[in-house]
Design a protein. Structure first.
Length: 730
C-alpha cells in the first residue's frame, strides 16, 4: 500500500479500510504505529500522519481501544458491560469495567440511583460529536451499601436526611415514626428502605442510629466510620466472648514452647500505642571465631486465643484491619485481647509465634527457625526514647572510631545500638538489591482533651522506626520464602502473600518525559533492579530542588498498589521475590491467616484451599483500602478544623495537586492542604494538561505546575463539608 513519487495518494477511506482489516486479522494484539506502518507499507510522512489520524478517529468511535499514546488494539468489548459504579458528589459519576479498563462517565440522570461500589450493568451510549464516551446504568446487580450518613431536617409533617456531600440529587425522606428520636441538626445513620423506581421517584429511609449534634468530635468521627460502613461500636456478644477467654498461661502450654523469658527482650512502638504485637530479643551466642548473635522477632500469638470459626474470629475476619483515625483506633479485636491478653506488655509472660535468627555482626543470617514461644518483655520503649539513645551514642563516638560508643544511662543501650547497626546493614542491602526508596511522611495532629487539633505536622522515618521496620521485613520475607520457595516442579502450599506489581509502563514513560526538561534521566525498560535504582537516583537528585514534589508525586503514582493474594508475583517496592504479612496479627487479619497456615504446615498438614484464601485476601485488600479512605477523611476533617480560626491569614505553600477544576496547595508550615478553584485563577483561561500535571493559560501561557511555590490566603474553612479553600496572593 506504499506510495511512490508521482503515484496517486490513497484516500482516507482506503487507509481506514486497510487499518480495520489489519486489526481484524490480529484481534488480540496491540499494534504500535511502527507495526501498522510496516504492515501496510506506509513509508511517506503524509501517509503515516493520515494513518495516525484514522486510528485516533477509530478509537474515538470505539472501534479501536487506545493502549498508550502510540499503540492500539481492536476493541472487543460489547456495548453491554458489567463493573463497579463510582459515585461522585459533583455528579461526575463513572463506571469501572470488571476488566480494569478506563472509567466511563455516567451522568446523574443515567445512574439509576446507583451508589458508590454497587455492581452494575451498563450500556454504552451513542457517541456525540466532540463529547466524551458515556454509559447508562441498565441494571443494579448488587447493592454495596444500603445506608447513608447525613444531617436530619425535621418538619411538621415529614423529615428528611441531607446526605454528606449531597451525593443524591434528592434528599432521603423519612417517616416521622421512623426517626428514632432524631432532631433537626443531628447527624444520623439512615437505612434506605425504598429506592426510586418507575412507580415512585422517592428515596425513602429509616433512622438506625442517631449519632448526635453536628460538630461534636465523637459524632464527626463516628459519622466518618458510618459513611464507609465501618463499625464504631463493638458487638456486645463479641465483647462477652472475649471476656470469657482466660489470660492464664499453664505450665503445660509453656512446656510445649521455646522459653525466652530470661532473654533480653523489648518492644519499640509509638508513644501512644496500647497494642504491642511485636518484640525483639537479642543475646550473644557462645561460639568460637567471629561473634554470633541470636535475634528473635516475637509476634503476639493471636491465633492461640482466637480460634478459627469462633464469634471473635468471624468479627475480626469481617473487619480485616484496625482503623486508625486521627484521634482514635477502632481495633480489629476486642480490647481485652488487643490491649491486654495478646499485647506484649512489659514484665508479663506472653505467648508468641517467633522467627529466631542466628546472625553475625553484619546481619548475615546463618541459620533460622520458626517456633511457638513464651517471652517476658523487659522494657517498653517509645520510638522517641530509642532515637535519643541512638543519637546519644553517635555524639559520644570518639574521633576516628568506626563504631559508636554506648551511653551507660540505659541498661539496654548496647543491645539497641547493635540492633541498629544490623538494621542499617539489612536496609543497605535491600536498596542494593533494587528496593524503591520512598521515605514516607505521616501527617499527625496534637489533640486536646476535647478532640480539637492544636498542632499539625509530619512525622518522618527515623533510625528507631527503621530498626523495627527492617527486622519485621526480614521476618515477613523469611516465612514467605519458607512456604513459597520450593524445588522446580513442586507446587507451593497455599499462603496469603503481600504482592506489589511492577510500575505502570505508561506512567513511567510520562515521568521520563516530564523530568527530561529538568535535566533528569530515568530508565523505563530493563531489569526490575535497574528501573528501581534509576527511580531512587531520580528521587535523590531532585531532593531540595523546586521540582522535588513533582518528581516524588509522579514516581509514587507510577507505582501499583500493594495487595494480598495467594498468587505470588513478588513485591516490587521491597525487591523481594517472596513476601507476606506475619508481624501484626493484632491489627491485620491476613497475619492471623498466615500464622494459622504456618502452624498447620509445621505440623505436616496439607495445603489449604487456595480459592477460599484468595477470597479472604480480596476482602482484606478491599477493607484495607476502605480503612485508608476513612483515615484520610478524618485527617481532612481535623485539617479544616485546625485552620478554621486562620481564615484571612497568608502562608507560603506549594502546589500539591493539579486537577481540571483547580490546584491543591499544601502549606509549608503545617502541611494543611486546600483548593484554589479554577474561578479564583484570574487573568487567563486555563487548560488542564493532565500528562504534565499543570494548568496552562490559553492566552498568556502562564503555568501552574505540581511542586511550584505559591503564596496563599485562607479563604474558607467549611468543617461540615471538610473543605478548605484558598486564594492565591499576587
Amino acid at each position: 500500500m506504499g506510495q511512490k513519487k508521482g503515484t496517486k495518494r490513497y484516500s482516507k477511506r482506503q487507509v481506514a479500510d486497510a487499518i480495520q482489516g489489519l486489526f481484524q486479522e490480529h484481534p488480540g494484539e496491540a499494534l504500535s504505529f511502527k507495526q501498522v506502518f510496516k504492515a501496510l507499507h506506509l513509508d511517506t510522512h503524509p501517509a503515516k500522519m493520515l494513518a495516525v489520524d484514522v486510528m485516533d478517529e477509530l478509537a474515538w468511535d470505539d472501534y479501536l481501544s487506545k493502549v498508550d499514546n502510540s499503540t492500539y488494539r481492536l476493541n472487543l468489548k460489547t456495548q453491554v458491560q458489567e463493573g463497579t459504579f463510582i459515585r461522585k458528589a459533583n455528579g461526575k459519576n463513572s463506571f469501572l469495567p470488571d476488566d480494569g479498563g478506563k472509567p466511563i462517565f455516567v451522568s446523574e440522570r443515567n445512574s439509576m440511583w446507583a451508589m458508590g461500589g454497587d455492581r452494575v450493568r451498563v450500556a454504552m451510549m451513542a457517541r456525540r460529536q466532540n463529547h466524551i464516551k458515556e454509559a447508562i446504568v441498565t441494571d443494579i446487580l448488587e447493592r454495596k451499601h444500603n445506608q447513608a450518613v447525613g444531617i436530619l431536617q425535621v418538619e411538621k409533617d415529614y423529615a428528611f436526611l441531607i446526605t454528606e456531600g449531597n451525593i443524591f440529587a434528592h434528599d432521603i425522606l423519612i417517616p416521622k415514626k421512623k426517626l428514632k428520636g432524631g432532631k433537626t441538626g443531628e447527624k444520623a445513620v439512615v437505612k434506605i428502605t425504598q429506592w426510586p423506581s418507575a412507580e415512585s421517584k422517592n428515596l425513602m429511609g429509616e433512622v438506625i442510629d442517631v449519632l448526635g449534634q453536628q460538630g461534636d468530635n465523637d459524632v464527626e468521627m463516628h459519622a466518618i466510620l458510618a459513611q464507609y460502613d465501618l463499625p464504631y461500636k463493638y458487638p456486645q456478644r463479641v465483647e462477652e466472648a472475649a471476656n470469657k477467654i482466660s489470660a492464664e498461661i499453664t505450665a503445660e502450654e509453656i512446656a510445649r514452647r521455646e522459653d525466652f523469658r530470661d532473654v533480653t527482650t523489648f518492644t519499640i512502638d509509638p508513644a501512644d500505642a496500647k497494642d504491642f504485637d511485636d518484640a525483639l530479643s537479642i543475646r550473644k551466642l557462645d561460639t568460637a571465631g567471629e561473634p554470633m548473635f541470636e535475634v528473635g522477632v516475637h509476634i503476639a500469638d493471636v491465633s492461640h486465643y482466637v480460634t478459627e470459626g469462633s464469634i471473635i474470629d468471624k468479627e475480626a475476619q469481617q473487619r480485616a484491619t484496625s482503623v486508625y483515625l486521627v484521634d482514635r483506633t477502632i481495633p480489629m479485636l476486642p480490647e481485652r485481647l488487643c490491649n491486654f491478653i495478646c499485647s506484649l506488655r512489659p514484665d508479663e509472660e506472653k505467648l508468641c509465634y517467633s522467627v529466631i535468627f542466628e546472625m553475625d555482626q553484619d546481619a548475615n543470617v546463618k541459620k533460622w527457625h520458626l517456633a511457638h514461644t513464651v517471652i517476658r518483655s523487659n522494657r517498653r520503649y517509645a520510638y522517641e526514647e530509642v532515637q535519643a539513645i541512638l543519637e546519644s551514642a553517635k555524639e559520644q563516638r570518639p574521633s576516628g572510631k568506626s563504631r559508636p560508643s554506648v551511653p551507660s544511662s540505659d541498661p539496654y543501650a548496647q543491645e539497641l545500638c547493635l540492633l541498629d547497626r544490623m538494621a542499617k546493614k539489612l536496609r543497605e542491602r535491600r536498596f542494593e538489591n533494587g528496593a524503591v526508596k520512598f521515605d514516607r511522611e505521616e501527617l499527625h495532629f496534637d489533640i486536646d482533651e476535647k478532640g480539637k487539633p492544636t498542632r499539625c505536622y509530619f512525622k518522618k522515618s527515623t533510625d528507631a522506626t527503621q530498626l523495627i521496620e527492617e527486622f519485621m521485613l526480614l521476618a515477613n520475607r523469611t516465612v514467605a520464602e519458607m512456604v513459597g520457595r520450593v524445588p522446580k516442579g513442586t507446587k507451593a502450599k497455599t499462603l496469603p502473600y503481600r504482592v506489589h506489581d511492577q510500575p505502570d509502563p505508561q506512567k513511567l514513560e510520562n515521568l521520563r518525559t516530564v523530568v527530561a526538561p529538568f535535566g533528569y534521566k530515568i530508565k523505563t525498560g530493563g531489569t526490575r533492579g535497574a528501573i528501581s535504582r534509576s527511580l531512587n537516583k531520580l528521587i535523590s537528585d531532585a531532593e531540595g530542588k523546586r521540582e522535588q514534589k513533582l518528581v516524588e508525586t509522579m514516581a509514587l503514582r507510577a507505582m501499583m498498589k500493594a495487595k494480598y493474594s495467594t498468587h505470588n508475583i513478588g513485591h516490587y517496592g521491597l525487591a523481594f521475590d517472596y513476601y507476606t504479612h506475619f508481624t501484626s496479627p493484632i491489627r491485620r487479619f491476613p497475619d492471623t491467616m498466615v500464622h494459622r497456615l504456618l502452624t498447620r504446615y509445621q505440623e505436616g498438614g496439607r495445603s489449604a484451599n487456595q480459592e477460599h484464601y484468595e477470597e479472604l485476601c480480596e476482602h482484606s485488600s478491599e477493607m484495607e483500602q476502605i480503612a485508608q479512605n476513612a483515615e484520610r477523611d478524618s485527617i481532612k476533617y481535623k485539617m479544616v478544623e485546625f485552620m478554621a480560626d486562620k481564615v484571612g491569614q497568608e502562608f507560603d505553600a506549594h502546589i500539591s495537586g493539579v486537577q481540571s477544576y483547580g490546584i491543591y496547595c499544601e502549606i509549608d508550615e503545617n502541611h494543611c492542604e486546600g483548593l484554589v478553584g479554577m474561578h479564583d485563577l484570574d487573568g487567563d483561561y486555563y487548560e488542564f494538561d493532565e500528562k504534565n500535571y499543570q494548568l496552562v493559560g490559553r492566552h498568556h501561557h502562564g503555568k501552574y505546575q505540581l511542586g511550584d511555590a505559591v503564596r496563599i490566603k485562607v479563604a474558607r474553612a467549611n468543617v461540615e463539608r471538610r473543605q478548605l479553600d484558598f486564594i492565591l496572593v499576587n
